[in-house]
Design a binder for this molecule. Structure first.
Ligand SMILES: O=C(CO)[C@H](O)[C@H](O)COP(=O)(O)O
Length: 226
């Protein structure tokens, strides 16, 4: 089927005062990507980090920095994040309905991998043109909680979107984010998600490596049957 399991701890749950060592700890625990939540206090009611922090972290790691832009004007972030060393740039479809073609082109021109995300209430059909268009995104991030805060409860009803996407696009990277951990990974993996973002379940566990390994195993078990 051609999709790989990617386990991406959400650095939102890390100790931001020790970001570089927290990032290295996650990589040592087996993380594939580091998920970076960029929030502007407008698209979502929380304010986190931006390009300066990505630039600082990039000096300490070569890891894939999977940036999720929970911002109203993603276009404004392309240039700074490209310069800062972001790897993936995932924007929200709800704020990009009129300019996603330009956005994807600019993201790619800065050497980043474009992705699109959608909130729980947004119909999955809205992202189909972005996967199939002239300037396709390379990943769809299905939010499994309302974006804005870590530690929320996984919304099982969002799995219908993951199933629909996987049926339509067998080799697409499908990421899920929010409330993922040992008790919810089976739902996400069996629906077809292969990129798993997890914050509180990984950072809050006594053995983060064990949680990462369990989630990877579940995704791999499902993927090999495709
Ligand atoms: O994007 C996010 C919130 O908008 C976080 O990445 C997400 O909620 C992960 O945290 P947790 O695993 O604790 O739910």
């Amino acid at each position: 089927m051609g999709v790989e399991a990617k386990i991406a701890p959400s650095m939102l749950s890390s100790d931001f005062a020790n970001l570089a060592s927290e990032a290295q700890r996650m990589l040592d625990c087996g993380a594939d990507w580091l998920h970076m939540d960029i929030m502007d206090g407008h698209f979502v009611p929380n304010l986190t980090i931006g390009a300066p922090v990505i630039e600082s972290l990039r000096k300490h790691t070569k890891a894939y920095l999977d940036c999720h832009l929970m911002v109203t004007n993603p276009l404004d972030y392309v240039e700074p994040l490209g310069k800062a060393g972001a790897s993936g740039f995932t924007f929200h479809v709800e704020v990009s309905r009129d300019n996603w073609g330009e956005l994807v082109q600019r993201i790619k021109s800065k050497g980043m991998r474009p992705g699109v995300s959608l909130k729980p209430g947004t119909p999955i059909e809205e992202v189909y043109p972005l996967v199939e268009g002239e300037y396709p995104v390379e990943m769809v991030l299905v939010m499994t909680v309302e974006p804005g805060f870590g530690g929320q409860k996984f919304m099982p009803e969002t799995m219908d979107k993951v199933r629909a996407l996987r049926k339509k696009y067998p080799s697409l990277d499908i990421e899920v984010d929010g409330g993922l951990g040992p008790s919810t990974i089976d739902m996400a993996a069996s629906a077809g998600a292969n990129c798993i973002v997890a914050g509180s379940s990984v950072f809050g566990a006594p053995d983060s490596a064990q949680v990462i390994s369990l989630m990877r195993k579940r995704v791999e078990e499902v993927q090999k049957n495709y």
